[in-house]
Write a protein that binds this ligand. Structure first.
Ligand SMILES: Nc1ncnc2c1ncn2[C@@H]1O[C@H](COP(=O)(O)OP(=O)(O)O)[C@@H](O)[C@H]1O
Ligand SMILES: Nc1ccn([C@H]2C[C@H](O)[C@@H](COP(=O)(O)OP(=O)(O)O)O2)c(=O)n1
Length: 669
């Protein structure tokens, strides 16, 4: 997951391959609650691991459910309708799929609870659900604004509930209110319980998911149209033992769109034609826009059909979440696309109509929006603008705007706060990057003499940008170590043998550690002797050639920061930013001295200084790829700069090279 302040997505051109999607959020959280209410133990397969499911799991554990993590499974032992902890303060984050059903279930379970969330959750209405529950005889107080969380739930007895008359609930604000009642009321079904929906029920497919899952847990609700639902007397939750969570059909929408925009064939696994999720009908909308889609029981295969995409006008009531993806696809269409009946967007993680309209406009698009619709006009190639997309703590805004990176103007897209995807799809960007082809992957090269601070700077810059990191010196150091262990010397006579060793190094970098054939050699390669050996092997042309491909393979989306001697001159000559980092020899010797002493390696300042001068001389005077600044390198002498100042300077240079207007996240020195 990217925890950076922003993520720059380079211009993308094509998509191909296979993606496996994480479990559905809606199914995951329903299954968790149903398993918690049931008696018996439920083993859940393919559960989504995300912010919203974690919120639910934490709450259920607080209520006394036993939860055990298995290998790719989770086992929950339910409460069987009885609370073991009758009092708790539960934090719901921004998870509507936890807040609403838990409010209903806890109101009937007979305990004393406080339910709160993040500030946005306290702006998301819950009054209609609370009204329905109050009508029933439940006792709930608002702790903040009436109609909104946080809430206080007081205990009531099931016998005191008024179950004789139908319970009326509004269906036109959020279908989650009805879902919440449907999942809670079986707890009180000592007689038939009828729920009447007031107003037109929105998001009906989500109710179908609820009914489908209730049936899996032994509750067979009778339905009269979409207006009346009856829970039969004597209904009792029973664990199905095992249950599999389908992949998220809403998450599939980004990849279906990706296939429609840029693929000759993209395979999506985990969800398909037999899905119980309403958002699977996004495939029909995408097909209407021109996508070619084939499907099987749990897979989809999508490729580009019509191009440009075909503009559509669509009532999106049946696919409220996935429909956001259509709004970005509309940028690539042949006319204005109008999405109607989407008033529910206004009460989601953010006001999604406003959010989409604002951010699409930043890209240059003409957008019209009203209380319950949005109309998006396509963008001509010369109309695209570089934009920093605000994501409003809304995972779907972040995910759907990644599709703007296919713009014909080849402009990168900056997504602010990309970690908001953690709500439903923590590895969304990694998954996207695994199947797309960029026009080019940005590289920042940091070259310079030993102990100038290249590694420290490069790691930090990579961290700030969410980029990969290549410590090219480590490759030479490991080669030097392998040479020693093979009893070879760094001379031309052994050049071919050492080059063979380098080409086949069983080397892996794992969480900052260098692992050679499974052995942690991180410390072994950091001694000055190892540095000297590295310098010697690196002067052998065949060794350098043997390591070239490996170094280039580090250039992966979303970008790379590479440190060494010849990153800017030889390995990545097209890098958009090259930094040649220096510091006085005295400073460098002192820094290295401190560094080695702190690692418990004893050494003297004098020997270090003479070693580093000898190494600099060898590195800069060798015939192949000598240490020298690339012609287009920016020089940075950090003798008098702190690490933070050096990092800020490089980030500042990087920002200057970007088309985005947003200021860099850190102030320049
Ligand atoms: N700008 C700086 N100011 C002070 N110390 C620094 C600076 N940059 C790096 N250092 C310190 O110098 C030491 C050597 O840095 P390192 O990144 O290992 O250098 P290199 O990769 O160039 O050999 C480290 O202990 C690091 O913390
Ligand atoms: N791109 C590179 C990186 C390192 N080398 C060689 C030359 C260096 O003296 C050794 C060790 O490099 P490393 O970057 O680990 O050394 P320092 O941390 O700067 O002391 O490897 C190289 O020739 N080309």
């Amino acid at each position: 997951m990217f925890s950076t302040e922003f993520l720059d997505i380079p211009p993308l051109t094509e998509a191909a391959g296979t993606v496996r999607l994480p479990g559905s959020k809606s199914i995951s959280n329903r299954v968790l609650l149903l398993a918690a209410l049931a008696s018996g133990t439920t083993t859940v397969h393919d559960l989504l691991d995300s912010d919203d499911t974690r919120v639910m799991l934490t709450a259920l554990a607080q209520l006394g459910c036993r939860i055990e993590q298995g290998d790719g499974t989770l086992r929950i032992t339910g409460l069987g309708g009885k609370l073991s902890t009758p009092q708790a303060k539960l934090f719901m984050g921004n998870a509507g799929t936890a807040m609403r059903p838990l409010t209903a279930a806890l109101s009937l379970l007979g305990g004393d609870f406080e339910l709160s969330g993040v500030p946005r959750m306290h702006e998301r209405p819950i009054g209609d659900l609370v009204d329905a529950l109050t009508q029933l005889g439940c006792h709930i107080d608002y702790l903040g604004n009436p109609g909104y969380p946080p809430l206080r739930i007081h205990p009531v007895t099931l016998q005191s509930l008024h179950l004789d008359a139908p319970i009326r609930v509004r269906g036109d604000v959020s279908s989650q209110f009805l879902t919440a009642l449907l999942m809670a009321l079986p707890l009180a079904s000592y007689r038939d319980i009828t729920i009447d929906v007031v107003g037109e029920l929105i998001s009906k497919p989500y109710i179908e998911i609820t009914l489908n899952l209730l049936a899996r847990f032994g509750i067979h609700v009778r339905r009269e149209g979409w207006q009346r639902f009856t829970i039969p007397a004597g209904s009792q939750y029973q664990s199905p033992g095992e249950i599999h969570v389908e992949a998220d059909a809403s998450s599939a929408s980004y990849f279906i769109a990706l296939g429609a925009i840029a693929s000759e064939g993209l395979r999506i696994e985990g969800v398909g034609a037999e899905s119980i999720q309403g958002d699977i009908r996004f495939v029909e909308a995408a097909a209407q826009m021109g996508a070619r889609i084939q499907s099987g029981p749990n897979w989809l295969q999508v490729s580009r059909g019509a191009w440009p995409l075909k503009a559509i006008t669509l009532d999106c009531n049946h696919i409220p979440d996935a429909a956001m993806t259509l709004a970005v696809m509309a940028l690539y269409a042949d006319g204005p696309t109008t999405l109607t009946n989407i008033a529910s967007w206004r009460v989601k993680e953010t006001d999604r109509i406003d959010a989409m309209a604002n951010e699409l406009a930043k890209l240059g698009a003409k957008v019209e929006a009203g209380p319950d619709f949005i109309r998006v006009f396509p963008l001509p190639a010369d109309g695209w603008r570089a934009a920093s997309i605000k994501t409003y703590d809304d995972h779907r805004v972040a995910m759907c705007f990644s599709l703007a990176a296919f713009n014909p103007a080849s402009i990168p897209v900056r997504v602010l706060d990309p970690h908001c995807v953690a709500k439903t799809f923590p590895d969304y960007f990694e998954t996207l990057f695994s199947v797309v082809k960029p026009l080019s992957v940005p590289v920042i090269c940091i070259d310079g003499p030993t102990a100038s601070g290249k590694g420290t700077l490069a790691v930090e810059v990579a961290h700030e940008l969410g980029y990969h990191y290549l410590d090219s010196g480590a490759l030479y150091r490991v080669t030097g170590l392998a040479m020693r262990r093979a009893g070879l010397d760094a001379d031309p006579a052994h050049e071919t043998q050492i080059a063979d060793l380098a080409r086949t190094l069983p080397l892996r970098f794992d969480a900052g550690k260098a692992m050679l054939a499974g052995e942690d050699v991180t410390d072994a390669i950091r001694s000055e002797a190892a540095g000297m050996d590295a310098s010697r092997v690196s002067a052998l042309p065949a060794v350098r050639a043997a390591l070239t491909e490996l170094q280039i393979s580090f250039r992966r989306l979303p970008g790379l920061v590479a440190d060494g001697r010849d990153m800017g001159t030889v390995i990545f000559p097209d890098a958009p930013l090259k930094v040649f980092l220096t510091a006085s020899a005295a400073q460098r010797a002192e820094r290295r001295h401190k560094q080695l002493i702190s690692k418990g390696i004893s050494t003297t300042l004098d020997s270090l200084r003479s070693d580093l001068e000898a190494r600099d001389l060898r590195d800069s005077s060798r015939s192949v790829a000598p240490l020298k600044p690339a012609e287009d390198a920016r020089r940075l002498d950090n003798s008098t700069l702190s690490i933070e100042q050096s990092v800020d300077q490089v980030l500042n240079w990087w920002q200057q090279a970007q088309p985005f207007q947003a200021a860099p996240t850190k102030a320049s020195p």
